[in-house]
Design a protein around this ligand. Structure first.
Ligand code: HEC
Ligand code: HEC
Length: 246
């Protein structure tokens, strides 16, 4: 390569990369309103972001992966937990998460900021908006329970008898942990007393009612604050298999 062609290669290469860089930047910038649904940015959502900053929530939490790793990621907390849980939790985190101050002793805890009702409304609006941002599944989350339970029909079909039953129970337990049912229910002594104790629930209730309740809590009680987790039939069956062991 002559000196001249090396210089040309350098200039053309640099220029081409610059063009690609600017084109991609413009493309990204222009798609932000679409991915973030900026049309839904109401005054409440904006006020919620200000409350979020006022209490330095990011000092413990991450949002879309940014922030501190002390406490859970909150990008999808609205769809994971639902507004009723958020309201109850933000009012009194320790009571909802642990039940009592004694049960919380020695554990990592969220402080009670004694948030006024209005600030809680704004935070919930902010979380609802953030939940719908299309981040192409960022940040990644371990999907252990779901992945196992979705594969369960096929896997369980191949294994029979007691081994299959054990597997179902394990998958059900993983799902119950992943969805943090104990944020509202007591299970064998741990959890918060927002809903009924789930220990022995399949002995108290007809299994068909439990099934209906897991498919759509409002079908059993129209005022239910229990979130609809959107479980598949296979997921519901493994949860019931687990609940039967309690
Ligand atoms: C000192 C650290 C700290 C600060 C500051 C903090 N949190 Fe938390 N937060 C936690 C911890 C720890 C948890 C996990 C539950 C627990 O152990 O109490 C949590 C849990 C949560 C949850 C439930 C998460 C889930 O996945 O169920 C929400 C919602 C939440 N925090 C919102 C907020 C908001 C809003 C603020 C600001 C007003 C805030 N947090 C400030 C520590 C903190
Ligand atoms: C936000 C709180 C909340 C969460 C989270 C929650 N539940 Fe519930 N659940 C309730 C409440 C409250 C009731 C009873 C009142 C109602 O809503 O009808 C209930 C009722 C139930 C019942 C019927 C129990 C009875 O004795 O009537 C079952 C079974 C149940 N939940 C299972 C689960 C499972 C499994 C999970 C996790 C996948 C879960 N719940 C998560 C609040 C919650």
């Amino acid at each position: 390569m002559t000196k001249n062609s090396a210089r040309n290669l350098f200039f053309i290469g640099t220029f081409a990369c610059m063009v690609i860089f600017f084109a991609l930047s413009i493309h990204t910038m222009s798609t932000i309103p679409e991915f973030t649904h900026s049309e839904n940015l109401t005054d409440d959502v904006v006020a919620g972001k200000k409350v979020w900053e006022k209490y330095d929530c990011i000092g413990c939490h991450t949002l879309i992966g940014e922030g501190s790793y002390y406490a859970p990621e909150l990008k999808d907390v609205y769809s994971r937990k639902g507004p009723a849980f958020l309201r109850a939790f933000l009012k009194d985190p320790v009571k909802i998460w642990y039940g009592t101050a004694e049960a919380a002793a020695g554990w990592r805890k969220m402080p009670n900021f004694h948030l006024p009702e209005e600030e809680i409304d704004h935070l919930i609006a902010f979380f609802e908006w953030g939940d719908k941002i299309d981040t192409h599944n960022w940040p990644p989350r371990p999907q252990k329970g779901v992945a196992q339970a979705t594969g369960s029909a096929a896997t369980v079909g191949a294994i029979t008898g007691e081994a299959a039953m054990d597997l179902q129970v394990q998958q059900g337990e993983a799902l119950v942990q992943e969805k943090a049912c104990t944020a509202c229910h007591k299970i064998k002594g741990t959890g918060a007393p927002v809903g009924p104790d789930l220990t022995g629930v399949t002995k108290r209730l007809d299994v068909e009612i439990v099934r209906k309740r897991l498919r759509d809590p409002k079908s059993v009680n129209p005022d239910s604050i229990m979130p609809n987790f959107g479980f598949s039939d296979a997921e519901i069956e493994v949860i019931i298999a687990y609940l039967k062991t309690l």
